[in-house]
Design a protein around this ligand. Structure first.
Ligand SMILES: [Fe+2]
Ligand SMILES: [Fe+2]
Length: 314
């Protein structure tokens, strides 16, 4: 970790836990699992939110990536961080840091996933863990890459919370793999998930359209049947994790819809039409029905946004 990016927390006798709960406006949500660890309390704080986000995305060690996510979120909600430093910040990494395993393969080279049984269960959880790890990096990349935009502080509050929740999702699934005598990295994983970040790197509206409102909204469509199947197979532990993910992801889509509308309102353009233009330009493959209209609507993503794009299939 570059030293210039991290400064020693100089608040003697004022542990981070106390800072966290002193905050008036920056209280983290009650259900966020960000209880401080000894290391975090005694460790370093990032120089800015953007700096913390950059370090998280760059980290190749996954324990470090998760630890930095917690430390950055904690410092942000304790209101000890500015969004960015006044001096020009280093650019976000082009690619997220990754360990040697899993082997990353192009989607077309991925072996067919085992169906059913213990191996099928592990393969499914492994692929979901990989998606959640990418979600960690995609979210912190959004925070860091768009830190120079004029957005309200609550915009960063929302996405820092999402970054922390994605870290929680990854950790839960990784732990589940260990419980099943496997681990994250035991199987190959596909390399295509970062494309969405690359194609929307300089356009906040496009990033919001593609990540929360297409990819995470897709999660709302497919997770309930996945929970049912998992329960039918008798795997209540994995189903419980999927329930947590489903609940959180609904909120992530809601944040996406809120901030997409905010940007459109500021730019004086029609959100539905802009969404459709951006998705056509930045997202390959079209949107796959069936849609979970109810969950999407609860998140503020009404059918006028996505229904016209379903026709792209065929
Ligand atoms: Fe997630
Ligand atoms: Fe998410």
């Amino acid at each position: 970790m570059p030293k210039r990016c991290w400064t020693r927390c100089a608040r003697k006798g004022n542990p981070l836990r106390a800072l966290l709960f002193q905050s008036q406006n920056g209280k983290p949500p009650a259900d966020m699992s960000i209880s401080p660890t000894r290391t975090d309390v005694e460790g370093h704080a990032p120089a800015s939110l953007a700096c913390g986000a950059r370090q998280i995305v760059a980290a190749a060690d996954l324990d470090e990536k998760i630890r930095l996510s917690h430390a950055t979120a904690r410092a942000w909600f304790a209101r000890t961080l500015s969004v960015r430093r006044r001096t020009a910040a280093a650019a976000m990494p082009d690619q997220p840091g990754r360990p040697e395993r899993p082997l990353l393969l192009p989607p077309r080279d991925m072996p067919k996933r085992a169906a059913g049984g213990r191996q099928g269960k592990i393969a499914l959880i492994h692929s979901l863990a990989h998606i959640e790890l990418n979600a960690v990096d995609l979210t912190w990349d959004l925070v860091g890459r768009f830190a120079d935009r004029q957005m309200p502080r609550s915009f960063f509050d929302d996405w820092v919370r999402v970054g922390l929740e994605e870290a929680k999702h990854f950790s839960l699934l990784r732990q589940r793999l260990v419980e099943l005598d496997s681990h994250y990295g035991a199987l190959p994983a596909h390399h295509g998930l970062w494309e969405a970040a690359e194609s929307t790197g300089d356009d906040l509206a496009a990033r919001l359209a593609v990540i929360p409102l297409v990819l995470e909204a897709r999660g709302l469509d497919i997770t309930p049947p996945m929970i049912e199947k998992t329960l039918a197979a008798g795997d209540r532990e994995t189903a419980a994790i999927l329930e947590i993910i489903y609940r959180d992801e609904k909120r992530h889509v809601a944040f996406g819809a809120k901030w997409f509308r905010f940007v459109c309102d500021r730019d004086r353009c029609d959100p539905e039409r802009r969404f459709q233009d951006l998705v056509r330009r930045h997202f390959k493959g079209g949107l796959k029905p069936p849609f979970n209209d109810r969950a999407r609507a609860e998140a503020g993503l009404t059918p006028g946004f996505y229904r016209p794009l379903a026709r792209l299939i065929g």
